[in-house]
Design a protein around this ligand. Sequence first.
Ligand code: SF4
Ligand code: SF4
Length: 93
Amino acid sequence: MAEVKIRNLKDLPPMTVSMGYMLINKTGVWRSMRPVIDKEKCVSCMICWKYCPDACIIIEDNKPVINMDYCKGCGICAEECPRKAIKLIEEGK
Ligand code: SF4
Ligand code: SF4
């Protein structure tokens, strides 16, 4: 995800304010578990992208890539992946 510089949140339209705060606060520091994608199992259905509550999954070369600066490790992507291509591992392992 490209870094966005926000100078004044009051300048943003109301619907973008929560996204603005999310970009400023690198919520990845909260994470105790880290999702890892098995690209061999992944069929690029993008269900993980659709369900990620923090919009931290981006698509590169038709495959999902997780931006760890913002991933909180909630595990929703792993739960929803129909191919069980995402596993959560302990942070630091
Ligand atoms: S939900 Fe699973 S199979 Fe679908 S794109 Fe994400 S990792 Fe790949
Ligand atoms: S673990 Fe949660 S926050 Fe991280 S990519 Fe998956 S759904 Fe998004």
